[in-house]
Design a protein around this ligand. Structure first.
Ligand SMILES: Cc1cc2nc3c(=O)[nH]c(=O)nc-3n(C[C@H](O)[C@H](O)[C@H](O)COP(=O)(O)OP(=O)(O)OC[C@H]3O[C@@H](n4cnc5c(N)ncnc54)[C@H](O)[C@@H]3O)c2cc1C
Length: 529
């Protein structure tokens, strides 16, 4: 049997016996075949001694059980790694960051505690998946939408805690930004409620985030400070209609003014859906993988030769039909001065959806969960060079035309130089309104030599991006130390302050050791960077 490092087998067995008495025998897992399900099947450390593996897993079903398990672990210094549904594929799956941790699996805590129609909010437990919430809203005839990430089987809580993103309107598609009110079990088993949740009897927990004094919610994002047991979210009131339009541009030189104008229009709420800026001419053979932006004259020649636009901006509007049509008209007026510009209305849909609509719409834009995305890179028919999974590289870059072109060139050139294969790449995903996210999917294989080489190359890409001022906002455990190291202002004071908070709130260092490069005092020398 695997035992957490630094814990005697006798202590571990006692602790597991106590945990069994709390959650029931069948909810403590120590058999190899059960623990196999807590491996990260997309791991870049697969099969190596450094692969992050759980020593056991415990699945409580109530907050009281979570508190009891945390107290048992705290007494015996047993490392715990809480997960909600553990489907964080591409960023670590269900596996702990610190090998030997006991996974605290919260997927049995899957109650939808409240949906508030008039305030457009909800309160959920960690095991509630996007499918669960969508079904609930449908069955109760709710007029509210959730915002979903591409894979619908994940949890609202786990996804938001890792700062996941979706595809509907701006206040909802940054999932952490849509959070309002958190309940968390701390390392000593105490319960904290943030914001208005701290005021007994307040009916505004899901309405006002800040409460009084310092706002503590951020302490629990990508953090090792607590086990989140409840989370509130703001939901999107179903709009009357949806309109998707695109604007084509013919010249390389348009990229800077077009990004500036899109920013102005989005910040001014002239459109509220998720925009995208792609390049039809640079994705003509590889739709998911943008090629390197060439020199202006080369790109302009390619545009003439292929007849494909240099850039395409797609905008989405949600709202009453007459309002969004007027907004689109205004957008066209503003873009009309661009040479050779072409406008197109791609899809107009009136809500609620009909069965026919369901067949033709992009589901995630309508808050409908699915697993369609797993067709990407799969072993199914037509797939090129399928891998065993992938990791995401996700860096925040400036939301400017210059930022877009530079990030594209640096990433494409450096990946080509280092021999990093990519199967999806965009320099400008817009989960958030004020920055772009450079997203790249890098295939991984269950092949140690290949993975070792890949890890070194990704470390180099992290360094190169940091030199340009681009930091990853989220990454798999194998790179969390390096990414935290790159946030190095003032001798890494960000990490140093986080470590002080860690030592104060979790002095025995039992929770989520190493998550995003924050290690408890007794393990700090393990830091890799
Ligand atoms: C093809 C593909 C497409 C994807 N597309 C998207 C996308 O569009 N958007 C997106 O955001 N992601 C995407 N992902 C990444 C990932 O699949 C999702 O983010 C998924 O929702 C995360 O899994 P989860 O919800 O089960 O979270 P979990 O795995 O449960 O949680 C993630 C991490 O948060 C912490 N945590 C979770 N719950 C708790 C808790 N209760 N208390 C304390 N800490 C906790 C843990 O450290 C855990 O490892 C994609 C992945 C793939 C493979």
């Amino acid at each position: 049997m695997a035992v957490p490092p630094g814990v005697s087998e006798a202590d571990f067995l006692d602790a597991l016996a106590e945990m069994r008495s709390i959650v029931g025998d069948e909810w403590v897992f120590t058999e190899a075949e059960d623990l196999n399900t807590y491996r990260d099947f997309y791991s870049v450390l697969w099969g190596e001694p450094e692969e992050r593996l759980a020593s056991a897993a415990v699945a409580p079903s109530t907050v009281e059980e979570v508190q009891a398990v945390v107290r048992i672990a705290n007494e015996r210094r047993i490392p715990l790694y809480p997960i909600s549904t553990g489907r964080n594929l591409g960023y670590g799956g269900p596996a702990p960051v610190y090998s030997g941790s006991v996974v605290l699996d919260l997927k049995r805590m899957n109650r939808i505690l409240e949906v508030n129609e008039s305030n457009a909010s909800c309160l959920v437990e960690p095991g509630v998946t996007y499918f669960d919430m969508y079904r609930h809203l449908q069955q109760t005839g709710s007029k509210l939408w959730i915002d979903v990430p591409d894979p619908g089987w994940g949890s609202m809580v786990g996804n938001a805690l890792d700062s996941g993103g979706g595809y509907t309107a701006a206040p909802y598609r940054g999932h952490w930004e849509a959070v309002c009110g958190i309940e968390v079990v701390l390392g000593d088993g105490e319960i904290l409620r943030t914001g208005m949740g701290a005021l007994p009897g307040a009916e505004t927990w899901q309405q006002y985030r800040m409460g009084i004094g310092p706002c503590l919610d951020g302490l629990f994002r990508q953090s090792s400070l607590g086990v989140v047991t409840k989370m509130g979210f703001w939901l999107f009131p179903q709009p009357e209609a949806y309109l998707n339009c695109s604007i084509d541009f013919q010249r390389f030189e348009d990229i800077e003014p077009l990004v500036d104008l899109i920013n102005e229009l989005e910040y001014g709420n002239i459109f509220n859906g998720m925009p995208s800026i792609t390049s039809p001419v640079l994705t003509r053979d590889t739709p998911m993988l943008m090629q390197e932006v060439p020199a202006p004259e080369v790109m302009n020649r390619l545009v003439r030769e292929t007849g494909l636009p240099a850039w395409r901006a797609s905008l989405v509007f949600y709202g009453p039909e007459k309002v969004i049509r007027a907004q689109w008209e205004y957008v066209q007026e503003r873009f009309s001065s661009f040479e050779g510009v072409a406008f197109r209305e791609n899809q107009f849909v009136k809500l609620p959806l009909t069965a026919e609509d369901l067949e033709r719409i992009p589901k995630a834009r309508f808050g409908i969960p699915s697993l369609d995305i797993f067709a990407v890179g799969s072993r199914g028919a037509g797939s090129f060079n399928p891998s065993d999974g992938h990791i995401w590289f996700s860096a925040i870059i400036p939301r400017t035309g210059k930022g877009y072109v530079e990030a594209n060139r640096v990433m494409r050139r450096e990946c080509a130089r280092l021999g990093i294969p990519l199967f999806m790449f965009s320099p400008a995903v817009t989960c958030w309104t004020r920055s772009f996210v450079l997203f790249a999917a890098v295939p991984v294989y269950k092949d140690t030599d290949r993975n070792r080489a890949l890890r070194e190359k990704i470390h180099e890409i992290i360094r190169i991006c940091a030199e340009h001022g681009w930091g990853e906002y989220r990454c798999p455990p194998a790179f969390q130390d390096a990414v935290m190291e790159s946030y190095s202002f003032n001798d890494n004071i960000l990490r140093r302050v986080n470590e002080k908070i860690k030592d104060a709130l979790d002095p025995n260092g039992i929770l989520s050791a190493g998550r995003y490069g924050i290690w408890p005092k007794h393990l700090r020398e393990r830091r890799e960077a």
